[in-house]
Write a protein of this length. Structure first.
Length: 265
């Protein structure tokens, strides 16, 4: 081939152009349509109520650390809620993900399991938390169960996608030895996906540490409950202290999670 001849750029078919136009044009139409729905015309009010913002900012920038021991203890409780919720979610997600993997399970099993996973992760944490509060009463257990159920649906989907992308070679090798189905999973599937599964679980633990804070607003215990009470009392100095504690806690969790993920590589 003559190096002086520049090959023509590939042309996108008209069908692909039409699909792109439909997709991005539709997105633009939705954005324009939702401009007033989401109340964006009132954005200037963010700067017009300057006095209220100054009062709030003055208290928020002057945190009250007098009760920091109690607040740190509540943050630690929140982390424990997130930890147990994630731990239980992993045990639920592993069998669900194997049953939902198209390369391991028959179609008649994959479809209903995936619909159950969709249901688990589509219901908001607050709704699930309220359900468990009715069942087991106020306290951390409701938060643990709410996080476990919602996170199990998310992790099961991520775990199943990891299983569907594995190399079939190790599975065929285990199968050639005459091993059973469970041995194929234990020796051909799990070793390939375990590092990725662990990374997914750590990411969800970080997210659950924040989700557990929100669940405290409905009485599931932890720092969120104290935050809600402080907001109701207009005690913005305590709110500021709680926000700082949450930021520090989430940052430390993120650093620990990164260190653990690096050891998996």
């Amino acid at each position: 081939m003559d190096p002086s001849v520049v090959p023509a750029a590939p042309k996108k078919p008209l069908r692909d152009w039409s699909l792109d136009l439909l997709l991005w044009g539709g997105l633009a139409v939705v954005l324009v349509w939702a401009f007033k729905t989401v109340d964006l015309p009132n954005l200037p009010n963010l700067f017009s109520n300057s006095e209220n913002m100054r009062n709030y900012g003055r208290d928020f920038l002057n945190p009250d650390f007098s009760a920091w021991r109690v607040l740190v203890a509540q943050m630690w409780l929140t982390i424990q809620i997130a930890l147990w919720g994630t731990f239980l979610a992993v045990f639920l997600a592993v069998p669900l993900s194997l049953m939902a993997s198209r390369n391991l399970s028959p179609a008649w099993l994959v479809w209903p399991v995936r619909r159950v996973m969709d249901l688990m992760r589509s219901i908001p944490d607050l709704v699930i938390g309220t359900l468990f509060i009715v069942a087991v009463g106020l306290g951390p257990l409701a938060g643990v169960l709410a996080i476990a159920l919602n996170t199990a649906g998310v992790l099961a989907k991520l775990f199943s996608e990891a299983v569907e992308s594995i190399d079939k070679g190790p599975i065929e090798g285990v199968k050639a030895t005459g091993a059973g189905r469970l041995h194929e999973i234990a020796w051909g599937v799990i070793p390939q996906v375990a590092p990725l599964w662990t990374s997914f679980a750590l990411y969800r633990f970080e997210s659950n540490s924040r989700a557990a804070t929100v669940l405290g607003l409905i009485g599931a215990g932890g720092i969120g409950q104290v935050l809600f009470e402080s907001l109701q009392a207009f005690d913005y100095r305590t709110v500021s202290t709680i926000a700082l504690i949450i930021v520090v806690a989430v940052t430390l969790i993120d650093m620990l999670s990164q260190a653990m993920r690096r050891r998996l590589l």
